[in-house]
Design a protein around this ligand. Structure first.
Ligand SMILES: *[C@@H]1O[C@H](CO)[C@@H](O)[C@H](O)[C@H]1NC(C)=O
Ligand SMILES: *[C@@H]1O[C@H](CO)[C@@H](O)[C@H](O)[C@H]1NC(C)=O
Length: 304
């Protein structure tokens, strides 16, 4: 008998602690995870989001992972990442999350590339269900000013988008129909950006301070920003850590802490920084290139 019970103990000791406690009913099941893919990608591509979903499910037994599909088919999902108004994408996602009974107690969120700033908009606009940790992989929190390369096989779309952005990113028609225009940030024409950007200027409180955006963002436990040191897609790469070009030119960049957004604390980022809620991670490699070892060491702890 005695040897039996010690075998049981050993078996539990081999399970990760939280998992064993969950099995014994001492802890809640792991917090669900919501993923939002990047430009030109879809919810369920087996080489990108599909693989990440599967990997997380293997590492955190029992976790519920929802990879957001924007549209009714995978093709629509990809197309919408270029051409569906971000504000309507965000409100659709907010409804999806609110309707999902598995997310009632809250969730962690991981956004990939533009999905990073889109999920931040979800955190700021839709406090229920509550987002616990937000992890942004190469998200462009101060926008982009340039489109040097496009991921995947969409280079013809990219050429078209690049031309359109250069001609009239801030025209009303383009703002409402082109996703990348909605986070286009021209540092030389800050005034035009501030007045006409329908998405990024809004969530970054460029036109005035919404206390609810601030309060909701500050409700996050951690806001983790992963920057890719060898990123050849995002311009400027500093945007991945919420930095940007110093206003009035497009050569010199400044970190978040030197931006007026931070100094005036329009979004609560300064307060979050002082409270240790902002986590700045750097990964070697090109845009969204992460090894499983790096993910295990740096990301998994925020999901448990
Ligand atoms: C931006 O809006 C302000 C206030 O309405 C106005 O004074 C300014 O001329 C506008 N600038 C541009 C470039 O749209
Ligand atoms: C990536 O960038 C870092 C920092 O800029 C540099 O030290 C490193 O050599 C680069 N690695 C590769 C593989 O290019």
């Amino acid at each position: 008998m005695a040897s039996h019970s010690s075998l049981w103990l050993l078996a539990f000791a081999l399970l990760p602690w939280s998992c064993a406690s969950w099995a014994l009913g001492h802890l809640d099941p792991p917090l669900p995870l919501v993923l939002w893919h990047g430009m030109g990608d879809s919810c369920c591509n087996p080489l990108s989001m599909g693989a990440i979903k599967k990997m997380v499910e293997e590492k955190i037994p029992g976790i519920y992972v929802l990879s957001l599909e924007i549209g009714k088919t995978l093709a629509e999902d990809v197309e919408n990442s270029f051409f569906l108004n971000v504000n309507s994408q965000v409100s659709t996602v907010c409804q999806t999350l609110a309707k999902d009974p598995k997310l009632k107690q809250g969730y962690n969120a991981m956004g990939f590339s533009q999905g990073g700033q889109f999920l931040r908009a979800v955190a700021q606009r839709c406090p229920l269900p509550p987002m616990n940790n937000l992890i942004s992989f190469g998200g462009q929190h101060q926008g982009i000013f340039g489109l040097p390369r496009c991921p995947g096989e969409h280079s013809y779309i990219c050429d078209l988008i690049r031309k359109t952005l250069n001609v009239g990113a801030y025209s009303k028609v383009i703002q409402e129909r082109l996703v990348q225009a909605e986070y286009w940030h021209d540092p030389i024409k800050e005034d035009t950006y501030r007045n006409h950007s329908i998405f990024l200027a809004d969530i970054n409180q460029e036109r005035g301070v919404s206390e609810s955006y601030k309060k909701n963002l500050m409700a996050l436990k951690k806001f983790v920003m992963v920057k890719f040191l060898n990123d050849s897609i995002v311009d400027p790469v500093d945007s991945e850590w919420f930095g940007f070009y110093r206003s009035g030119q497009d050569k010199e960049t400044i970190p978040l802490q030197e931006t007026t957004l931070y100094i005036q604390d329009r979004l609560g980022l300064k307060e979050m920084d002082k409270a240790g809620k902002l986590v700045f991670l750097a990964a070697e490699g090109d845009h969204l290139q992460l090894s499983e070892e790096w993910f295990d060491a740096h990301i998994i702890p925020f999901l448990k």
